[in-house]
Design a protein around this ligand. Structure first.
Ligand code: SF4
Length: 346
């Protein structure tokens, strides 16, 4: 049934990649770095970690409910003590596995074993070495990250780079495209800086404005066509007109497909943080729309959430869409940032 729905949805226009219904897992906020832009305030002092048995139980349930990809983020995933067990389990039951990492802890034998269970790893990069080290708040961070990239190259592991664009870095986007291609990356993901977490305290002077959003949007599309044969260039910004014409790209409630019986029909991404809290859409989504907690759930969890909270959540989607479509002052938008704001205000 889920497959039929997806096929029908695709027939009405472009969509986000429908085959990925992701669980974004943040198993720990512990990190070997404390980057200036970190939206989750991750840092070395954090100790909270997801219970692996509870996580496995939840992953098995969510897979039956249609989710098919886990995207592990953090904190630094390699500092999660049960990462190997978790990924082995996820692969065994059929998940695609992706991961975002700072790339600095890949040289150990444990890391190499873990990589065998990862389909694609995205390494975060903040620009040329001086800028990267500045944002990472650690001298030599770029060099250590490159040692990790060499491990990936040696093991022929598919990898990409993920870059948070700031007013300091956008002029390096052409350099970044060339750097990614020359190093054999399969993906270059460009994400605009958002004023969440540590960025809202340390980088307020670097807030994204309309001009920068346009510059980023145009350069990303140039890179996309330039490297079309070698890597995917993905940008987390959309044009207002595109959203107006194809609202189904961002909202399942705008899709022509009839029933939304499963949570995975409605949301392409759900998030599990290091406390086990499950939220829809994006990290930081309004607490009142919490789905539950993986440490105490039953097999009616998703069904109950659809019945109890989706009607008001639908209004949040509609309001966000309405604001974007009718705001002729802003052409280029970060959908996730706007809907998170709307969910908190709801
Ligand atoms: S941005 Fe990534 S690498 Fe930097 S502190 Fe946060 S989790 Fe760690």
């Amino acid at each position: 049934m889920a497959t039929e729905l997806i096929t029908h949805c695709e027939s009405v226009g472009p969509t986000v990649p429908d085959r990925f219904r992701s669980i974004q897992l943040h198993p720990t906020r512990r990190c070997n770095l404390a980057c200036l832009h970190c939206y989750s305030y991750s840092a070395p002092h954090h100790r909270d970690m997801l219970d692996v048995e509870a996580t496995k139980k939840f992953l098995a349930y969510a897979f039956e409910e249609g989710f098919n990809n886990i995207a592990i983020s953090g904190g630094e995933p390699f500092l999660y003590s049960d990462l190997e067990e978790l990924l082995r389990f996820a692969k065994e039951i059929g998940y695609q596995t992706t991961m975002a990492s700072n790339g600095m802890l890949l040289k150990t034998e444990r890391a190499k074993r873990i990589l065998a269970f990862v389909d694609l790893i995205a390494i975060s990069i903040d620009g040329p070495p001086p800028l990267h080290d500045h944002i990472r708040a650690q001298k030599g961070a770029f060099e250590k990250m490159m040692e990790g990239v060499k491990v990936l190259q040696q093991h022929q592991k598919p990898f990409g780079f993920i870059h948070t664009v700031t007013p300091q870095s956008w002029e390096s986007l052409l350099w970044l495209g060339e750097f990614a291609e020359q190093n054999g990356a399969k993906l270059l993901q460009l994400h605009p800086l958002e004023m969440h977490g540590r960025a809202s305290e340390t980088l307020t002077s670097l807030a994204m404005d309309d001009t920068l959003a346009h510059q980023m949007y145009i350069l990303a599309h140039y890179l996309r066509s330039k490297y079309a044969d070698s890597m995917i260039v993905q940008i987390d910004l959309l044009h207002r007109e595109y959203i107006r014409t194809f609202p189904q790209v961002v909202s399942a409630f705008s899709r022509q497909c009839a029933a939304n019986n499963h949570l995975s029909d409605l949301f392409d991404t759900i998030i599990v943080d290091e406390t086990g809290k499950i939220t829809p859409v994006a990290y930081g989504f309004g607490d009142q729309f919490s789905i539950g907690n993986i440490h105490r759930f039953d097999y009616q969890l998703f069904e109950r959430f659809i019945q109890e909270k989706v009607p008001s959540l639908k209004k949040v989607f509609e309001k966000t869409l309405d604001k974007i479509i009718n705001n002729f002052e802003t052409d280029i938008v970060n959908w996730n940032e706007l809907i998170v704001q709307e969910s908190i205000a709801a």
